[in-house]
Design a protein around this ligand. Structure first.
Ligand SMILES: *[C@@H]1O[C@H](CO)[C@@H](O)[C@H](O)[C@H]1NC(C)=O
Ligand SMILES: *[C@@H]1O[C@H](CO)[C@@H](O)[C@H](O)[C@H]1NC(C)=O
Ligand SMILES: *[C@@H]1O[C@H](CO)[C@@H](O)[C@H](O)[C@H]1NC(C)=O
Ligand SMILES: *[C@@H]1O[C@H](CO)[C@@H](O)[C@H](O)[C@H]1NC(C)=O
Ligand SMILES: *[C@@H]1O[C@H](CO)[C@@H](O)[C@H](O)[C@H]1NC(C)=O
Length: 816
């Protein structure tokens, strides 16, 4: 209020003017001294403005003091949230979806789509560029799958006269549907597997169920001949490349993977539902393409493990990273004759155990689910021709520089697809990302500048093995190590209405906060939010999308979020021509309301991380989660020592439990029961049990420190909301530095759980807490070192991992 000052000054009695300083030198000295005091004063203010911008204040913008270098933020946090909620638009999301699904965009094949994305983001006001890598990938050339039967030509009693008759020639194509233009696109991509080997093999067929590690174990135990034969496995549960890997290890010649409608829940033709495009059931000719890389061993370009695929990068041999036997994906229509050829041969699935009769959905079509092998006179010929090349692929990277130079948030999704369409995977994510970028661009246009730098990424090559994101993380590792705060991924943003989330525990609570601020498209109950309709399940980070390099290799807390298929919703045609714009428009998200909603959620997630003075982490959530994970390991230890019958009973509870068990390498049967466990290993199991107690103790101490840190952080958040007058700049400075200190601790917490040598047999995976299950691929394993040691009953290694984890926990505690 300047009006108070002027009269005060006027009232000061003014003495006769006289030279204030008798000497010019002294005057100059005083001027300099005053100037330097002022410079220091402004510098300090500027610094306090950097570390403590008053963006999060209960006061209206008008009562905040402004000063050059410490200017009032034009768009505060509340206004930012409003922009991020108001900007996303369903019609625009639909428009982006329609663009991205208009043509083929297999990894490394569509530069124009990368350029278009970059130009759009620039148009939205976000500075963007294309970052490319030279990667080793395959493109399909030719294929064939046929069922052959031997016919003896009785006229000549002569071996050479034996001829093979083709009893079924698989179509290996998806039907053209009049309703769905993507299905007849001239650019449509053949059915094939990424990273599959070329080959021409002929042999008897063996039905291997889901092709999990335990499925193969069951077959070996039953003396079913695998070597020299060809596997037919149903899709589902575990990553497809691991099915091929195990078949290869057991000497099989090739692998055929098909989609069994038994896994489609209630929406099946058998149960009277119409198939797409007339209804919600699976289109019988639909084929799931996909990568057969050995994903749980290392993602990324298989020729450059751990370093970026720059043009001049040295290249490694690939045999441990991708299959050497050919494989081929087929529809259930094409699978029927092959499965029927198995009828009456070898044991029936239900001769094994209940894991073999789960969702056997083609019984009504005359399939008996015999295991085989087919007799010598009934074989399949699998021919697969792939072209391997080293070719550029293109990530689009957009950046909004923050005020704080060394705190960075990355928000991303991939752009490449197996098919021309990809309405859900990935283009629901591409459309959502575009709307989120456009919203942040709008905030920037209104004068907003984030505290932390935000990087937006549209990755290429995700489908082959998370290539674009992995190579980028490997290239920028030193910077990310130093500066990254978190990564947000939104692969398959929409394919239904069920909110699916997985996250590092540090980020759990921002998912709650963001979803609670966004209205659900479902307004059956007016005013209900996304949070209201969410089951509040947050999965642990596994793999299968671009967060993997961030979380498991670089130790950056990550989350993945999207609307998944809810029970009863239309079957989603994963990696098929029918994951198209038409499917999305007619079945997946008519009106694109869920696209808009996910753009709002992603915007608010990024805003919380990028624009609150104190980084929105909860260390205590992490510490408590660690304790739960140790309990989980204890459960797994007891289960491993329990009689097989008990293990089986416990593992049918959920899909997750089912595949966790079936995907483990754990030995089954008598060898596992306590009665036959040798005394020495029983003793070691006991000492391991005690070591786990020690781990609980270490984690309890970490929890105490974490709780303290969070309390301190909350306290600083409260303080930062209070108004500190400009003249009290030392207080502002102190607060700014205190926040900076807490943020640094939060920033490095996740990194503290990295172990330089990596996991056993897969050194690329460096996180001691999170990794994809070795033989599941998608699903997350916690404390993989411990779990794998239990499966192997290797108690020495188990103890070694307790020591490693304990040292990481202590290390984290000391840093807090
Ligand atoms: C690249 O994608 C665009 C947009 O989806 C499409 O129109 C174009 O045909 C594609 N280009 C190629 C070479 O497939
Ligand atoms: C962000 O800051 C970096 C480093 O100061 C600078 O090189 C870059 O051009 C800036 N980018 C934008 C989008 O302003
Ligand atoms: C595959 O091998 C068989 C012989 O084993 C041969 O008759 C056939 O022509 C081969 N197929 C192709 C496409 O090369
Ligand atoms: C498998 O073969 C072994 C050795 O030939 C035999 O001892 C065992 O009983 C067989 N198992 C079954 C289930 O046939
Ligand atoms: C919509 O909301 C209602 C009320 O909360 C709920 O019962 C229903 O299952 C929801 N429907 C969908 C598709 O989410």
């Amino acid at each position: 209020m300047p009006s108070e000052h002027t009269p005060l000054l006027a009232r000061v009695p003014v003495a006769n003017p006289r030279p204030r300083y008798p000497h010019a030198v002294l005057r100059r000295f005083c001027t300099l001294a005053l100037a330097s005091v002022l410079i220091w004063f402004f510098l300090a203010l500027a610094l306090s403005a950097t570390v403590f911008p008053d963006g999060h204040s209960h006061h209206g913008p008008s009562d905040r003091w402004t000063w050059p270098g410490c200017r009032r933020r034009k768009v505060d946090y509340d206004q930012l949230q409003r922009i991020l909620l108001d900007t996303p638009d369903s019609a625009r999301a639909r428009q982006w979806s329609s663009y991205y699904t208009a043509g083929a965009h297999l990894a490394g094949k569509n530069l124009s789509q990368a350029e278009w994305t970059r130009d759009k983001w620039e148009e939205f006001g976000i500075k963007s560029e294309i970052v490319s890598y030279d990667v080793y990938i395959n493109y399909p050339v030719d294929h064939r799958l046929a069922l052959l039967e031997k016919t003896d030509n009785k006229a000549h009693h002569d071996h050479a006269a034996t001829t093979w008759k083709v009893s079924y020639e698989a179509s290996l194509t998806e039907d053209i549907l009049d309703d769905d233009p993507s299905s007849s696109s001239p650019d449509r991509i053949p059915t094939f597997h990424g990273y599959s080997a070329s080959g021409n093999v002929t042999g008897s067929v063996v039905y291997v169920n889901y092709g999990t590690y335990q499925d193969f174990e069951d077959l070996v135990r039953a003396n079913v001949t695998l070597k020299g034969n060809i596997a037919i496995a149903r899709y589902g549960g575990i990553f497809r490349g691991l099915k091929v890997k195990r078949a290869q290890e057991l000497g099989m010649l090739g692998a055929i993977l098909y989609s069994d409608p038994g896994d489609d829940g209630e929406n099946t033709v058998e149960q009277g539902k119409k198939a797409y495009p007339e209804g919600p059931a699976r289109q019988p000719s639909s084929v799931q393409r996909g990568s057969t890389q050995f994903l749980s061993f290392a993602p990324g370009d298989p020729t450059t493990p751990g370093y970026p695929s720059k043009p001049d990068a040295p290249r490694q041999p690939v045999h441990t990273a991708i299959p050497s036997i050919p494989s081929i994906p087929i529809s259930y229509e094409d699978a029927l004759p092959i499965l029927k050829a198995l009828n009456g041969h070898g044991p029936k699935a239900d001769d094994f155990n209940k894991y073999w009769t789960r969702n056997t959905g083609l019984g009504y079509k005359g399939v008996h689910y015999n295991v085989g092998p087919t007799p010598d006179h009934v074989v399949v010929n699998l021919y697969n021709q792939q072209e391997y090349v080293t070719t550029p692929l293109w990530n689009v990277i957009g950046v909004i520089n923050g005020t704080i130079p060394d705190e960075v948030i990355v928000v991303g999704n991939h752009r490449d697809a197996w098919i021309v369409g990809g309405g859900a995977d990935p283009n629901s994510g591409s459309a959502v990302l575009n709307e989120a970028v456009r919203s942040f661009g709008e905030a920037v246009r209104q004068g907003w500048k984030p505290l932390r730098t935000i990087v937006f990424a549209s990755w290429d090559g995700e489908e082959y093995g998370l290539i674009g994101s992995t190579e980028w993380v490997e290239e920028y590792l030193p910077w990310l190590n130093h500066a990254s705060v978190a990564y947000i991924n939104t692969d398959v943003s929409v394919r239904g209405t069920y909110l699916r989330t997985s996250a590092a525990p540090l980020l759990d609570h921002i998912i709650h906060a963001a979803t609670a601020a966004v209205p659900s498209p479902n307004q059956t109950v007016p005013g209900q939010t996304v949070h209201n309709l969410w089951d509040k399940q947050i999965r642990t980070m596994g793999s299968g999308s671009d967060f993997t390099a961030f979380q498991d290799f670089a130790g950056i807390p990550s989350l993945d979020i999207g609307f998944d298929t809810a029970p009863g919703e239309p079957v989603y045609h994963y990696h098929s021509n029918y994951d198209s714009f038409h499917w999305m428009d007619a079945f997946g998200d008519p009106g694109f309301a869920y696209h808009r909603t996910m753009a709002q959620v992603v915007g608010l997630l990024a805003a919380q991380l990028a624009d609150l003075p104190v980084i929105a982490f909860r260390a205590a959530d992490y510490a408590r989660a660690l304790d739960k994970y140790v309990e989980k390991v204890e459960g797994q230890l007891e289960a491993a020592l329990a009689p097989a019958a008990e293990i089986e009973a416990a593992s049918l509870a959920s899909d997750e439990a089912y595949f966790a068990l079936r995907g483990s390498t754990r030995k089954q049967g008598p060898a596992l029961t306590t009665t036959t466990t040798t005394t020495t290993s029983a003793a070691s199991a006991d000492s391991f049990r005690l070591s786990l107690k020690r781990l609980h103790k270490a984690i309890a101490k970490l929890t105490d420190h974490a709780v303290d840190l969070d309390e301190h952080a909350n306290h600083l958040t409260e303080k930062s909301k209070a108004h500190i007058p400009w003249w009290n700049w030392p207080a502002r400075l102190r607060l700014g530095l205190a926040i900076r200190k807490v943020n640094t601790k939060y920033k490095y917490l996740e990194r503290g759980f990295l172990f330089e040598q990596g996991l056993d047999g897969r050194p690329w995976f460096k996180h001691v807490v999170f990794a994809p299950g070795l033989w599941t691929g998608y699903a997350g394993a916690v404390f993989p070192g411990l779990v794998e040691s239990i499966d192997d009953q290797d108690w020495v290694n188990a103890e070694r991992w307790v020591d490693i984890i304990e040292s990481r926990v202590k290390n984290a505690r000391e840093k807090l």
